[in-house]
Design a protein around this ligand. Sequence first.
Ligand code: PRX
Length: 567
Amino acid sequence: MSNIGSYDKRAKNFDWNIAEKELDYKDGDLINIGWYCSDRICEMGKADKMALIWEGHAGKAKKYTYNDIRLTSNTIGDFLRGLGIKAEDRVCLFMDKIPELYLGFLGILKIGAIAQPLFSAFGDESLFVRLDNAQTRAIITQKKHVSKIRKIIDKMPYLEFIIVVDHDPSKPLQEREIAFNLEETPNVENIEIHPTKAESPSVLHYTSGTTGQPKGVKHVHYSLISQYLTTKWVLDLREDDVYWCTADPGWVTGTSYGIIGPFSLGVTQCVLDAGFSADNWYRFIEQYRVTVWYSAPTAIRSLMKAGDDVVKKYDLSSLRHLASVGEPLNSEAVIWSEKVFGKPFYDTYWQTETGSIMISNFPGMKVKPGSMGLAFPGIDSCVVDVNTYEPIKETGKVGLIAFRPGWPAMMRTYWRNEEVYNKKFQNGWYIPGDRSSIDNEGYFWFVGRDDDVINTGGHLVSPFEVESALLEHEAVAESAVVSKPDFVNMEVVKAFVNLKPGFEPSKELDLKIMNFVRKKLSPLAMPQEIEFVDSLPKTRSGKIMRRILHAKEWGEEIGDTSTLEDD
Ligand code: PRX
């Protein structure tokens, strides 16, 4: 029997206080995610239970019990407090998936500061716009990433501390840099947990939109209520599970379900901080006897590409439940998974803004390959008309996904961007910006995004950010960035570039421009293809019409072009 039991019964009698009761929380109580994820589990008698099994490159491994994560997060929190970091100060985590990232996250929350995780592959420009928006006071990082911070430090007077967790003592530290080695720092047995309440800010994740700079999605400690219960009912985590979430905590899946969910349930989880290879992933599952696996369609398609024979080399019989998030999970991938693992991947749908899973295939229910499943109990959802925002009654008709606001993990605002936040609500609904239909059994069928944001391998890339970076290259006069289809990543970035006089298209320039974007933004944002053009399609008012270029890439109808410049 799954944790959720009967979906219908749960949906009928749902109240978030189911989670509150299990977490011993009452309205008005103090609530601190850092404490719930470590101290509370120890107080429940599970101090010696394995919390985190970490494996890095070349098989280097470390293990932490719940008492270890309690102590090490205390130690990091205490260190930050010693520097003068106060409640609500933003502390950025800019690291690969090393233990300090997980432990630092809890330590920051324990002292009431706001954890701002950023993907460690970000280049200096991506990093700068996010730190600048958050006015971040401290950043915890690794020596391999320090050079990116040094490049932009002069523009960031508010960034007082650059904390390096693996500093090489033979090298000099530069301005504002501090060495902090967790293993060489004596453990702090007790720390005063900051008295955070439900609405105290906890995590600030950045997400990209079509226009403007990335938005800082502000979450609060009360999000725990949703994250705990969705982890329990959707991922079905139980006492004896060994859970593997492949997401990086630089993104929301890696924090909501790679830290908060599993640790608040007191489950053992493992982390693999190494590049992707099918052999290594299967070996990891076999070695640690992984039972519940939460991954992403791009990873599943990469495994599909590696073939069925490699699966047979490993004993994967420990796997009990598989789930996926981040991009459309095509039915072929679900069917393949059933064939090779003996169980389907259960698709789940949510966003950085929703903080927790909103639509999902629940354990025990009928999976319809290609569908995202049903709304989580208690989530009032529908699809609404694109123009009127009125709920669509007919089944199968495409509209915008809409959720009635009010679940615990819902974002509270976009950091210093209330205006854009307010635009996400229409006619009393929160509109995530995705199109879907709903069938006669209430299953959601994803159709596409309602904006130009590119979802490459489950990571959102803003065409605006890439275009802005391209414009900084000396050879680029104008550019338009759209997605193009890709088997593994679903879509990848493609740039149309109009060169300045004096520059000629060449393979060399092509590579130079690609690398320029990779370094400034990230490998994800780097165009996989650059097409040099003499002009770009524009509206009469001069706005570049990405829609036309996009349609061409996807072999779609171009639609109404009546506002085009050349008409
Ligand atoms: O477009 C949807 C897509 O990813 C977006 C959210 O991205 P992000 O905020 O980075 O969070 C990713 C992980 C929660 C959504 O607006 N998306 C997410 N899950 C699915 C999906 N698209 C199709 N199917 C899904 N299951």
